[in-house]
Ligand binder design. Structure first.
Ligand code: SF4
Length: 316
């Protein structure tokens, strides 16, 4: 017992890693590759924001492009989990692309809401990061030429938005925001525009919320929180921020090669989690790398009660 007390600890945080939307999007690309093994399969944007996932699918034949202009007319095309705008959908039709849509159903639900409001020519404020693909796709669902859709990143930006009719105003949020920061923005929105309507809480998905809560629960037990995820992964970045806001040092790392000695020097308890687009084998590699001298006890902490599952598109 005495010996155990002196040993360092690695805490593997649950829930972590793949969400249902990411699993579905990856499966769609894999199934499309298998179905059309003699044709080129194009994927518009990174199907999920993880470089390892993208590299692996690329090795299996998926061709990732940033624009429909890079896809020949009539080709097999997969839209990424982040969703696309109406303009992209319409251009795909004009190019006769054979499209499989991997948009996460939770993102799609926000799209449908935006389209309903747009059809009534009412205004929307979206809380989110303007340059993120999900936000571009969601804003691109708004086609009213009478109303307007605005994107605000923080409370300061709310004060700069010009609204024509605050009585017919709605809000939506990006699905992968920090729950606490989104709540601050929503509070400010409700104060500035008392008649604004929106979801009871926000549009942040279950996976983002659960992973953030798990990090909050564990941050006070750890000396450092390593978050496995790519730099362009919104939900992974938010996990690292949540850990820091909870008072813990935190680093966002793509894989074990990003673990630098100074990150873990003197740290007795290392918590490890991963964003919704990071494969579990990356965690296993990190643990192996850290524990090469058998200095750590490995403990699972938290529980995953996630049962979410999404249906595949027709034809797969
Ligand atoms: S993080 Fe959330 S919104 Fe994004 S793919 Fe996963 S479940 Fe869907």
């Amino acid at each position: 017992m005495q010996e155990n007390k002196l040993r360092k600890r690695i805490l593997l945080v649950s829930p972590r890693g793949f969400c249902a939307g990411v699993s579905r999007a990856i499966q769609i690309v894999e199934l499309v590759l298998a179905k059309y093994e003699n044709e080129n399969v194009y994927v518009l944007h990174e199907v999920v924001h993880n470089k390892h996932v993208v590299e692996e699918l690329n090795r299996h034949g998926a061709i990732f492009v940033d624009s429909l202009d890079d896809i020949p007319d009539g080709a097999i095309t997969v839209f990424s989990a982040h969703g696309v705008s109406k303009a992209v959908e319409q251009k795909a039709v004009r190019k006769n692309l054979r499209v499989y849509d991997a948009t996460c159903p939770i993102v799609d639900k926000v799209h449908r809401k935006v389209r309903r409001i747009s059809d009534k020519d009412e205004e929307i404020i979206m809380i989110g990061h303007a340059k993120h693909q999900e936000v571009e796709g969601t804003v691109g669902q708004y086609t009213s030429s009478v109303g307007a859709m605005h994107v605000v990143n923080d409370i300061e930006e709310i004060g700069r938005v010009h609204i024509n009719n605050p009585e017919k105003l709605h809000f939506v949020t990006q699905t992968t925001l920090s729950v606490d920061e989104a709540q601050s923005c929503i509070d400010a929105l409700r104060k500035t525009f008392p008649l604004i309507s929106g979801p009871a809480t926000n549009d942040i998905c279950y996976a983002t919320q659960n992973r953030q809560q798990a990090v909050k629960d564990v941050a006070h037990l750890a000396d450092v929180v390593l978050v496995v995820g790519s730099k362009n992964s919104s939900n992974s970045n938010r996990l690292s921020e949540v850990a820091r806001q909870s008072g813990c040092v935190s680093y966002l790392i793509d894989d074990y090669t990003d673990v630098k000695p100074e990150m873990i020097a003197g740290k007795e308890v290392i918590a490890i989690t991963s964003g919704a687009s990071a494969p579990e084998y990356l965690i296993e590699e990190i643990v192996k790398h850290l524990n090469v001298n058998d200095e750590y006890d490995i403990e699972n902490i938290g529980v995953s009660k996630e049962k979410q599952n999404f249906r595949l598109p027709e034809g797969l």
